[in-house]
Design a protein around this ligand. Sequence first.
Ligand code: ADP
Length: 456
Amino acid sequence: MRVLFATAELSPLVKVGGLADAASGLAKALTSSGVDVEVVVPNYGNWATQGDDDRLDVPDWVGGATAAQIEVADFGPVTAISTPSLGRPHPYTDDRGQGFPDNDARFFGFSAAVARLVELRNPDVLHIHDWHTGSSLGYLRQSIPAVFTIHNPAYQGTTSSQWLQTFSYRPNAYEWFGNSNPLTGAIALSDAVTTVSPSFAREMLDGQHDFGLEGPLKAKGDRFTGIINGIDTSVWDPAVDEHLSLRYDSSGGGAKRKIARELIDGLGWNLGTEPLIGMVTRITDQKGVDIALEVAQRLEHIPARMILLGSGDASLAARAQHIADRNPDRFVFHDAYDEGLAHRIFAASDIYLVPSRFEPCGLTQMQAMAYGAIPVATPVGGLCDTVFDEDASPGEGTGFLAEDVSADSFLDALQRAARMWRSTKKRGQMRRRIMEIDWSWSASAERYLDLYEDLT
Ligand code: ADP
């Protein structure tokens, strides 16, 4: 089975969010299952390539495109596509966090190049991810079994209808309320559509969190499914994690407190018998950062201390900093994207917050569990498939779920988590339970492989 696998992000090469982790975790697991996966990414960094470049016969408006191999440490060989507009310091945004105005041309150009690469390579299946690669199906000149995975339908890349003229294949599939939409076009033209958890697939079909896609997805019938993401357990494992000064596994809880003390060194905090709460996130409405900030203002009532690491929306970040400045003895905010600090926060945290308003899958609740931090989450999307409330089935839960998406319910769930955490015995049992769950990609990769085999 040969699969051409195109994505705008890939860990550890280029990562903005979970798409990068999901793409690399799935590609690695498929490779381990014997699939011949060629991963294709945009060459954002004019990265040094190896061997000869393949010149791709793209339309003139792309300005030329080449494909060449790069070697990614901790991943392997990847095909990088270069066009004149792809190389920028950030994949999507300028230094003020604004999306580049030509992102449509950049990613439509990337997609046109992917379509030409398909002709060169002739794989058994084309697997594309999110809107950035969605228009590749409209640039194909031959039919090929195609899988489209929606990681986050909030981003659709909708742009001017003028782009419809550039498509060689069924341009009307990309027409969307007078505009051109690479995401809805890919839904229409692919043979199978997946999203990243079964619960989120249901929420999209029942219109709860469908972002206007309920109709196109219903039209796919049983060719639309939800397959839960995994995490890369070679990266997310506290027993081997190089970002940690101490390594630990499910048998020892003492290391977590030591890592926590290192992390809060200099803050003047004495954790005593209080839990440390962590959260690592993009700062956006989606992630319920406002709900987390409600928690941050009520920490003395839990009682607990809290570390938030995140970057993104400037006004939410300013609010977080303001609250941190007023509560320096209980709350600290790191306005950054910092991979190493993220690992240390997961390791140091006793309780981990995931107050998302919607969540296609969510990876951080799984990362938290792998590091023995008890997740408290809202009951949405993939969080419902991974966090099972301890009070609903005592002794079997994997965390605590709020009743709904509101600050009050979330605080209630957090209080329940803190109460349980105060029992050393129950805390130890839950920590061991959640750390021993297999969050690896292997089962889900098998499901993707079944899908590929069905299509071929
Ligand atoms: P999304 O893709 O919507 O941002 P996910 O939970 O699916 O959310 O994945 C987010 C990924 O990015 C996780 O691997 C998480 O650990 C990481 N991450 C998010 N914010 C930061 C940050 N500020 N610093 C380091 N890693 C982060």
